[in-house]
Design a binder for this molecule. Structure first.
Ligand SMILES: Cc1cc2nc3c(=O)[nH]c(=O)nc-3n(C[C@H](O)[C@H](O)[C@H](O)COP(=O)(O)OP(=O)(O)OC[C@H]3O[C@@H](n4cnc5c(N)ncnc54)[C@H](O)[C@@H]3O)c2cc1C
Length: 218
């Protein structure tokens, strides 16, 4: 198999990139190790610039058919709640939609644009050459001028290409304003305004527990 661009991974990144390349006149092939989508979801929502970007690409209507698009009632970063009231003027919008459905929409779009998606294709080797790249997929060779690793956080392509991802070791963090260090709390969006609604508390190294809290940060 030979292609101009091979995209490894049919997650949201690979599918959207494939559509973008197809719109630009490139004929990419997507290689995905899974025989079919799992239907499982990591992400449950899209927020802010992701929503704006989908609108710019003419895709937001497809998302809006499945879930309302509007001001987010709850947001967090690593389960630390973000108070969006302080950035209200930014006009952030969100969509509560499981990632599996996002992938369905992005897959539909890529197929409409003629993108070839090959499943059951796990990339396990990569050799960089003068004028391209040779991938191996279960003993088969695939040649491409360019390869893009969209194969997730533990990317095989990244490792095979010798690209590091060093990061920093986990270290204890301290947060001011919390009465119990390390507690994250979360309410369902529908309960966000109700200070007496049950909250999910998560303490480092302990199972989550449900509590009713009398006020903020207690
Ligand atoms: C618990 C959790 C909650 C999250 N919540 C949110 C959220 O609310 N909102 C949000 O925007 N983001 C959220 N994220 C982040 C979001 O899930 C990721 O940003 C997103 O999945 C990244 O997409 P991706 O396509 O880059 O990678 P992935 O989704 O990891 O897809 C990679 C694809 O590559 C395939 N693949 C892997 N290796 C190979 C190989 N060797 N050969 C061929 N195929 C391969 C995999 O099967 C997979 O289909 C969350 C993440 C987690 C873990």
């Amino acid at each position: 198999m030979t292609s101009d661009v091979v995209i490894v991974g049919a997650g949201p990144t690979g599918l959207l990139l494939a559509s973008e390349l197809a719109l630009a006149g490139v004929d990419p092939i997507v290689l995905e190790r899974l025989p079919e989508p799992t239907g499982l979801s990591k992400a449950m929502a899209l927020l802010g610039r992701s929503v704006d970007m989908l609108e710019r690409r003419g895709l937001l209507d497809r998302f809006a058919e499945r879930a309302p698009v509007g001001p987010p009632v709850f947001a967090h970063f690593a389960m630390l709640p973000l108070d969006l009231a302080v950035v209200a003027e930014l006009g952030l919008r969100g969509i509560l939609l499981p990632q599996a459905q996002t992938e369905e929409i992005l897959l539909e779009r890529a197929l409409e644009l003629g993108v070839k998606i090959r499943r059951n294709q796990e990339v396990d080797g990569l050799a960089q050459e003068q004028d391209g790249v040779t991938l191996t997929v279960g003993g088969q060779r695939v040649r491409a001028r360019f390869v893009v690793g969209c194969d997730g956080g533990s990317s095989t392509v990244r490792k095979l290409a010798g690209i590091g991802f060093p990061g920093i070791p986990l270290a204890p963090a301290t947060t001011s304003g919390l009465h119990r260090a390390g507690w994250h709390r979360r309410r369902r969006p529908s309960q966000a305004a109700d200070r007496r609604a049950p909250a999910l508390l998560r303490e480092r190294n302990h199972a989550p527990e449900r509590r009713i809290l009398p006020g903020d940060h207690q």
